[in-house]
Write a protein that binds this ligand. Structure first.
Ligand SMILES: Nc1ncnc2c1ncn2[C@@H]1O[C@H](COP(=O)(O)OP(=O)(O)O)[C@@H](O)[C@H]1O
Ligand SMILES: [Mg+2]
Length: 381
């Protein structure tokens, strides 16, 4: 992430940037030559090895200029690269196929010619005493001109933005498909191990009772009683399964009602601050509900906390949520299965989850989901 500079730079600061760019002139040339030469040499193996070092160097130098352009213009200049896969060879391939890498090369041509001349000019204007007034008024516009060109070449174009979006969507779709398949398997297993087994037992008891009805009415009655007990257990289990798919309380009382009900069931006191004035789309409500449920369950299981809290705030376009506790900390997104499942489910809605849980606590899990309320004209599908 680029730091966001707060205000545009004055003449002294832009001259500092100009000096840095003048000093980077030679490294830019070297990296440019290295990339071009190693690209040509990829016809033989050694080029691949050279590229392995040259492309990251190119990125390094372009990133440095992104930061400088951001400092001069006062606006961040995001990098356009696609995310790299693990493994050096696959990463090299991804770098080589990323159009942004080759646009960096184009930018180097500018940095070695027009860009260099502008930066050098700004620097020279300051060191020659007679031109100080010129420098005083000219440095900022000149450096801004250079930085705008840097920015235009170095930041993501429309195509890159779309490519990145497609990449993110593909990844989150895969996760959602996996997640749905896993959910189906879980429901199937719950039904199989629970209600299905109970109902089989009920049917067996009823059959036996039917056989014993004439000869041993007392035993038949015992069997009937047993069957009744088993069938109400099966009913309870069926309710649990339904609650695991879409809790009725969520459908009836919405997110705030359902989260309040969750909080009531907790042994640790839960402080609630819920501001969700309108109903959200059902899938979002459900994802948020299960996220809160998982975090509260974690608090009960792992935290040893004395107090926990849940905050939900929907401002019409974005839902922010926070679940925290004052327990021992140490929550980890990678070690268990609950939190990664929650993150995956939220990612399907472009939601972003983050966990802060230093040793000794407190643990705070936050997430944001862009979503409009579910009134007909604003429903997202
Ligand atoms: N609120 C919390 N306080 C302390 N530790 C936590 C908390 N939440 C999660 N953890 C730790 O992070 C791990 C990962 O959590 P999670 O993904 O929900 O897995 P689990 O299935 O073990 O609950 C847990 O095993 C636990 O050690
Ligand atoms: Mg858990």
């Amino acid at each position: 992430m680029q730091p966001v500079p707060t205000r545009p730079a004055g003449p002294l600061k832009v001259t500092g940037v100009a000096l840095a760019q003048v000093l980077l002139f030679v490294p830019v040339i070297l990296v440019f030559v290295l990339i071009v030469v190693s690209s040509v040499l990829t016809v033989v193996w050694v080029g691949m090895l050279l590229l392995l070092g040259a492309l990251p160097l190119g990125r390094l130098i372009a990133d440095a200029h992104r930061r400088m352009a951001a400092a001069v213009t006062g606006e961040p200049v995001p990098a356009p690269y696609l995310p790299l896969p693990p493994g050096p060879l696959r990463a090299l391939r991804a770098r080589a196929l990323d159009p942004a890498s080759w646009r960096d090369l184009l930018w180097m041509l500018w940095a070695m010619t027009g860009g260099f001349v502008l930066s050098l000019l700004v620097f020279l204007l300051m060191i020659a005493v007679v031109t100080l007034p010129l420098w005083r008024y000219g440095a900022v516009p000149l450096m801004r001109a250079r930085s705008w060109v840097d920015r235009a070449i170095l930041s993501p174009g429309r195509t890159e933005a779309l490519e990145r979006r497609v990449h993110d969507l593909t990844a989150s779709r895969a996760v959602v498909v996996d997640h749905s398949a896993a959910e189906l398997r879980r429901i199937e297993r719950d039904l199989h191990d629970g209600p299905q087994a109970r109902l089989a037992a009920v049917s067996l008891s009823l059959g036996l009772a039917d056989d014993l009805f004439e000869t041993d009415p007392a035993a038949a009655r015992r069997l009937l009683n047993e069957a009744r007990g088993t069938s109400s257990t099966a009913l309870g289990e069926l309710r649990d399964v339904v609650r695991g798919i879409h809790p009725p309380v969520l459908a009836d009382r919405g997110l705030t009602g359902a989260v309040s009900a969750l909080a009531l069931d907790m042994a640790v006191p839960v402080e609630l601050a819920l501001e969700v004035p309108e109903r959200l789309p059902a899938p979002v409500e459900s994802a948020v509900y299960f996220a809160v449920a998982e975090c509260l369950a974690n608090t009960a299981k792992h935290a040893g906390a004395a107090q926990s809290w849940v905050t939900l705030h929907h401002d019409g376009a974005l839902l922010r949520a926070e679940v925290g506790d004052d327990g021992r900390g140490g929550a980890d997104l990678r070690s268990g299965s609950g939190l990664p499942g929650v993150a995956a489910r939220l990612a399907a809605f472009d939601g972003i989850l983050s966990v802060s849980s230093p040793t000794g606590g407190p643990t705070v899990v936050t997430w944001e989901i862009p979503c409009a309320s579910s009134s007909p004209k604003t429903t997202r599908s």
